[in-house]
Ligand binder design. Structure first.
Ligand code: ADE
Ligand code: ZN
Length: 346
């Protein structure tokens, strides 16, 4: 990076907003804004159990992950048809493009939808069509990662994998999400081994609320390439060393951590310490419709709370491209865009 400090602090939010970046941890069902939720409910002849958008938004107060997951799941009930999934994804992709996201890897969970009668094919086709249109219409590349729900059984995860296989070419990876505590990664070792044999890229949520031991087992039992969240790694020096030496990326979601009370305040978040330790941390929005901000909000609020500076901005964006699952030439092109941006920013 040719960028020379000191960079004027008052221009940091602008730098963060305009900076090219990738997003690697965003659940598409968590991008469903109340306005679209009501519109889809009306289109599908369904109702939302709140009188209006404002009262629904007021319900978005959570004490932990499970309280959020219950509301998140209820919100998905309005999604019925392929066009609903397309519209939800398209709305997110427009927001991402406005945040100067060059590439995004989108989580979705078919089990949530097959659980109420919507097929995996409908879900994947709607999301994939939006991703394809984003390339042409928004200049943004997007790929899809299917997450198994860890509160369900491994047999059910195998079933979800089978159901998705006819659409294999529309997916880049497999992940693991939902209620973490009591559902350690090793519960899914066999189905992740099968996904690995099928050449899926592998990620898993670990160390969001759960202990460092869950991060160890995501690495050792599931053989994932990235850890989603991973903030609890900072409690285990041997694990930090393993993650640094292995250059294992962590997809950190600061506003999510604040809303789900993983940290009492943003000023107490450990993102700055993660970077200092040499971890390949990235910034992401997780479930932006529920947690109060898309990607640029995560950057600007976290930088303000932690007093991070321009070189941290470059490092985090660089990490986001490095940790992405794009092919080498596309990765190089994104790194070049970032470095060019920093060299010419004025
Ligand atoms: N599904 C959607 N958001 C999640 C999160 N933050 N943790 C686990 N599962 C999720
Ligand atoms: Zn998540």
């Amino acid at each position: 990076m040719k960028f020379v400090e000191p960079f004027p602090a008052e221009r940091l939010p602008e730098l963060l907003r305009r900076m090219p970046k990738a997003e690697l941890h965003m659940h598409i069902e968590g991008s469903l804004e109340p306005e679209l939720m009501f519109a889809l409910a009306a289109r599908n002849g369904l109702s939302v159990p709140y009188p209006d958008v404002e009262s629904l938004r007021c319900a978005y107060v959570f004490n932990n992950l499970q309280e959020f997951l219950d509301i998140y799941h209820a919100g998905t009930l309005v999604l019925r048809n392929e066009q609903d999934f397309y519209d939800m994804a398209w709305a997110y992709l427009q927001r991402a493009a406005a945040d100067n996201v060059l590439h995004t890897e989108i989580f979705f969970d078919t089990q949530t939808h097959t659980g109420h009668g919507v097929s995996a094919e409908v879900v994947i086709n709607g999301l994939h069509r939006a991703c394809a249109d984003a390339k042409a219409g928004l200049g943004l590349s997007a790929s899809l990662i299917l997450c198994f729900l860890r509160h369900l059984s491994e047999a059910e995860a195998f079933e979800a994998l089978e159901q998705a296989l006819p659409q294999r070419d529309k997916l880049v990876g497999i992940g693991l999400a939902s209620s973490e505590l009591g559902h350690p990664p090793e519960k899914f070792a066999k189905v992740f081994a099968k996904a690995r044999a099928l050449d899926f890229r592998l990620v898993a949520h670990a160390g969001e609320e759960g202990p460092p031991a869950y991060i160890w087992s995501a690495l050792d039992a599931l053989k994932v390439e990235r850890i989603d969240h991973g903030v609890q790694a900072m409690r285990d020096p041997a694990l930090i060393q393993r993650l640094v030496q292995g250059k294992v990326p962590l997809t950190v979601c600061p506003l999510s951590n604040l809303k789900l009370r993983v940290f009492p305040t943003l000023a107490q978040h450990n993102l700055g310490r993660m970077l200092e330790a040499g971890l390949v941390a990235t910034v992401n929005s997780d479930d932006p419709a529920y947690f109060g901000g898309y990607l640029n909000e995560n950057y600007t609020q976290t930088f303000a709370a932690l007093g991070l500076a321009a070189q941290h901005a470059w490092q985090l964006a660089h990490n986001s491209f490095e940790a992405s699952f794009v092919e080498a030439s596309a990765k190089r092109a994104m790194h070049d865009r970032l470095d060019g941006f920093f060299e010419t920013f004025e």
